[in-house]
Design a protein around this ligand. Structure first.
Ligand code: ADP
Ligand code: MG
Length: 679
């Protein structure tokens, strides 16, 4: 909170620090800090009318006070009201000052929830005031989310002060408000901060309350405006059009052992059309695991190279970056294209050499993790940036990329389809190409659910698979809570399997290994010199070894649906029949049962993602907690779809006709967040 705001509110630095903890930085943040619930101090309920379980304000005279010691030390105060009914107030913690305040003969008011006690009605730890003839509250009392040391009265005072100091006048025209039956902004926030007593708790928590609908609409509109403006900025920015003459891509296509599917060709064309344009591409290439996104990316990269530019591919893990590098090397080496893997395992000297060659333009194509987009990596003429498994990157990494890739064409790749509501909101500034068919000749993967008590059967199955000349992935149990335990489990699984199969070659890869070690193990597995690869979920994304025909997953019940789908997608990449064994341990939670059922019954990634969304909700889909993308605070994409549609329809018109209002609306709603929304 800045000094000026502190002064306006007349608060100390200590109080400001507490507000910061609540993410309250400006007057507007205070205005939009809404109550969790309300208390009713607007009327006194006669004791004859109180209801058990309801919170109410009562008034009466103390007729007895006693400190009891059983079952534990407590203060018990008996209060009698004008109609001579009584209630007991109980305090397990109390101060001498409270004993004085509630001395016999005093008139008091108490606010709290009424319980049925042994001797009649009682309240435990009610809020007590002297009944000094002061008037009752005119509105319900808001109770706000707060932190230690910041009391409700202070917060209330500050919010009321903020409400007076900001300009609450409307950003939306009267015509729109009446068309959508929405109240004015000022009425909406004032109502929610200080509702008249005729509103019940239920009314105030109902999302259909016009005041709530107004806030949700405003929030959704801010999101739409910000996405649209990001799109307009992108369209107005100039990027160099990448017009390849096709000589490199023709060579690569000729040398491939397969022909592109119709879907791959269509997507490639869409990408090339974008690359041809004078504004930066911002496209998602989306296709189920195994649908063949990599070759499309390779051909797109060649278009950039043909036009005289460099291209870069960013992967979420070292293992995947290494895999991509090997694949691209196999494809690009015959075309005499110098390429590099900016790997974490390179010695400083080698790294510096790669960086120098990227800066001079000698290296035309680079693969790497987000290390590729650190400050110290410069490109000579970067024309196209590609991001694999886009949903795995956090917001910081995506921001780094954005800074590096300003005005550069961007291609994102993901196996996870974006649900419609998210496509309309968080991902509105993304064009999407979908590879909606798998390459021909794939034999569908067979999925088996096996109780972990039947481990011996699974081991026999591993033996048969290896005897048939094929390879096996063995994914060890996921231990999310502890990296140390995860490591221990991985090592133990590896040792166990090495003992069970003394004559087979077993390898181990996990997240804590050095990049070079990981790469060496993966290379052995790719080359076929390992029969079994024990792995943690680090192999979840992207890894492509066609001779691997069996995937065993231990404790599959602990994994999420998209994770299981990704893991299963590591097999079934060759022409032979593949099997995925999901081992589970009883007892299964309802959610685990539901997930295993979905993964057992479906192989289509779209369908699995849809079911996943049903089971988890969109917040999880966005991975917001990790990535820091601001989720909507008030609106809910599913419930408020109609409002989202209105906001989406209205935003373009507002941008054209009322730029000043757009600015004010965004300042209100997204003062610090603009940066994140376009990522
Ligand atoms: P993903 O979309 O999951 O990234 P990949 O790009 O790794 O999939 O491709 C999976 C496998 O399919 C790879 O071995 C790749 O060479 C192969 N492949 C890609 N396109 C075709 C095609 N049109 N016909 C046959 N195989 C293909
Ligand atoms: Mg891939």
């Amino acid at each position: 909170m800045d000094d000026a705001t502190c002064k306006q509110l007349n608060i100390s630095a200590a109080t400001a620090a507490k507000l910061e903890k609540l993410q309250l930085h400006t007057l507007w943040d205070l205005v939009l800090h809404l109550p969790l619930r309300y208390e009713d101090e607007t009327r006194i309920t006669p004791l004859a009318d109180v209801q058990v379980g309801a919170s109410c304000l009562i008034e009466g005279t103390v007729t007895a006070q006693e400190v009891q010691f059983r079952p534990r030390r407590q203060l018990v105060v008996q209060v009698q009201d004008a109609a001579e009914r009584v209630i007991f107030l109980r305090f397990l913690h109390f101060y001498p000052s409270q004993q004085q305040q509630m001395a016999r003969g005093k008139s008091i008011r108490a606010l709290g929830e009424v319980r049925q006690g042994f001797f009649g009605y009682e309240m435990v730890h009610p809020k007590v005031k002297a009944a000094d003839g002061a008037g009752l509250a005119e509105t319900l009392t808001p109770i706000y989310p707060t932190v230690a040391g910041l009391t409700q009265p202070t917060l209330r005072r500050l919010i009321q002060a903020a409400l007076k100091q900001v300009q609450l006048d409307d950003t939306l025209p009267e015509s729109l408000l009446s068309a959508l039956s929405l109240p004015s902004f000022a009425d909406a926030v004032q109502l929610l901060h200080a509702p008249p007593p005729e509103y019940s708790q239920a009314d105030l928590h109902n999302g259909a309350l016009p005041a709530w609908r107004r806030l949700k609409f405003d929030e959704l509109l801010a999101q739409q405006l910000s996405m649209r403006l990001a799109r307009e900025r992108r369209m107005a920015a100039t990027a160099v059009p990448l017009r390849g003459d096709g000589h490199l891509s023709a060579q690569l296509t000729q040398q491939l052992p397969f022909a592109l599917t119709a879907a791959q060709q269509r997507c490639l064309q869409e990408i090339r059309d974008d690359l041809n344009a004078t504004h930066p591409m911002h496209r998602l290439l989306q296709g189920d695991v195994g649908s063949g996104k990599t070759i499309v990316a390779a051909l797109a990269a060649l278009t950039a190279l043909e036009a005289g530019f460099q291209a870069a591919l960013m992967a979420p893990t070292e293992i995947l970056a290494e895999q991509h590098f090997l694949k691209f090397q196999q494809w690009f080496a015959p075309l005499n294209i110098p390429l590099a893997h900016l790997s974490g395992s390179l010695k400083k000297k080698q790294k510096d050499a790669v960086k120098a060659a990227l800066a001079s333009g000698e290296i035309r194509f680079a693969v790497g993790t987000h290390a590729l987009f650190q400050q110290d990596v410069a490109f000579d003429r970067l024309g196209l940036v590609m991001v694999d498994e886009q949903h795995r990157f956090g917001v910081t990494q995506r921001l780094a990329l954005k800074n590096k890739g300003q005005d550069v064409h961007q291609l994102m790749m993901s196996a996870t389809p974006i649900p419609r509501t998210l496509a309309m909101s968080f991902f509105a500034d993304l064009d999407v190409s979908v590879i909606d068919e798998l390459p021909p000749g794939r034999t569908p993967i067979q999925t088996k659910l096996i109780n972990s008590a039947r481990r011996a059967e699974v081991e026999r199955f591993v033996r048969r698979t290896v005897a048939a000349g094929q390879q096996v992935y063995w994914v060890c149990p996921l231990i999310e809570e502890s990296e140390v335990l995860q490591l221990k489990t991985a090592t133990e699984t590896f040792e166990n399997l090495s003992r069970t199969f003394p004559d087979l070659r077993v390898g181990l890869v996990h997240g804590r290994m050095k990049a070079a070690e990981k790469a060496a193990v993966m290379a052995d597995f790719v080359a076929g010199s390992l029969n079994i690869l024990v792995a943690t979920t680090v192999i979840e994304v992207g890894v492509d070894v066609p001779n691997a025909a069996l995937m065993v997953i231990e404790h599959a019940e602990r994994m999420g649906l998209s994770q299981l789908h990704q893991l299963r997608g590591r097999v079934g990449r060759g022409t032979s029949k593949s099997v995925c064994v999901l081992m589970f341990a009883e007892p299964l939670s309802e959610l685990a049962k539901a997930r295993l059922k979905v993964i057992f019954e479906h192989t289509d990634g779209f369908e699995i993602a849809r079911q996943d969304l049903n089971l988890r909700g969109p917040g999880e889909f966005l991975g917001a907690r990790q990535s820091g993308v601001p989720l909507l605070r008030f609106a809910n994409l599913d419930e408020d779809l109609p409002l989202l549609e209105h906001a989406r329809a209205y935003a373009p018109q507002l941008i054209v006709e009322q730029p000043a209002i757009v600015r004010r609306h965004l300042q209100r709603w997204l003062p610090h967040r603009e940066n994140y929304l376009g990522v």
